[in-house]
Write a protein that binds this ligand. Structure first.
Ligand code: GLP
Length: 258
């Protein structure tokens, strides 16, 4: 199991370290281990989607082997659907409890999330934003990227100073996420997401992307114009970002290899 980050790095993007490695799970687990060594009682921001699943699996294996200790960590979530039936297996609380907290042997009470059953979702989003700040700050926020360049559920265009709030999902996002549901009609139309401004307040960011379907968004985010039309381009405004890509997701980068 890898203990260090030694894969190919690409240069030319201030504040962003890009690692291209077929083993995105191992490379991103090394980043999380570095963080937990530095801040064993820190706050880890969790993301859903398929991209970080391998990372959680590797951290679970390390936990099982006694080589990773999450017992001091607290967690915050990036986003949550609104409007799912109570107890849905596709709620992001269910997904994160199943895919991340169980392997990390962490009590679900240590995960802060927006409550989708709150009577006033806008007020709940604002409360959640304040509760993230009240943790003392997120030490490392894990992110995926949508095919349209979204981070969390910040669909294009999204303000770079946006706070945690209720958003409408893009139809393309609903279609992409329908693979987790019986049909696209079951995919919620709204969600609560950390805003880009909230995300940028985390001390470190780790974005994981896999597969050729993400290559356009990755290239646009890292090498295209920085602006609200490409939410993930906001990462280039942050001083400490690691992007872990498999070769397919990195394929359209002009700067490829240092
Ligand atoms: C969802 C999540 C995002 C995630 C995206 C990509 O829309 N809200 O946070 O980045 O999916 O998912 P995947 O990694 O499955 O491609």
């Amino acid at each position: 199991m890898r203990d260090d980050v030694d894969a190919v790095e690409t240069g030319g993007r201030r504040g962003i370290r890009v690692i291209v490695d077929p083993d995105t799970a191992g490379a991103s687990a090394a980043v999380v281990r570095d963080f937990v060594r530095a801040e064993p009682r820190g706050v880890l921001g969790l993301a859903t989607g398929s991209s970080p699943l391998g990372l959680y699996r590797v951290l679970g294996e390390l936990t099982e082997a006694g080589e990773f200790d999450a017992s001091g960590l607290r967690y915050v979530a990036l986003d949550e659907y609104l409007g799912l039936p109570a107890g849905s297996a596709q709620s992001y609380r269910s997904v994160l409890e199943r895919e991340a907290l169980e392997p990390l042997r962490s009590d679900p009470a240590r995960l802060a999330m927006p409550d989708p059953s709150a009577p006033d979702p806008a007020e709940e989003a604002a409360r959640y934003d304040r509760s993230i700040a009240a943790t003392g700050g997120v030490g490392l926020q894990i992110l995926g990227i949508g095919r349209n360049g979204h981070i969390g559920f910040n669909e294009p265009p999204s303000p770079f100073d946006g706070r945690t709030r209720v958003v409408d999902l893009a139809e393309s996002t609903r279609r992409d996420n329908s693979r987790f549901f019986d049909s696209v009609d079951e995919v919620p139309r709204r969600a609560v997401t950390q805003g880009i401004g909230t995300i940028l307040e985390a001390k470190r960011l780790l974005l994981v992307a896999r597969g050729s379907a993400k290559a356009d968004a990755v290239a646009a985010a890292l090498e295209g114009p920085i602006g609200e039309a490409m939410p993930a381009s906001a990462l280039r405004l942050h001083p400490d970002v690691t992007v872990v890509l498999d070769p397919e997701a990195a394929a359209l980068l002009a700067v490829h290899g240092s």
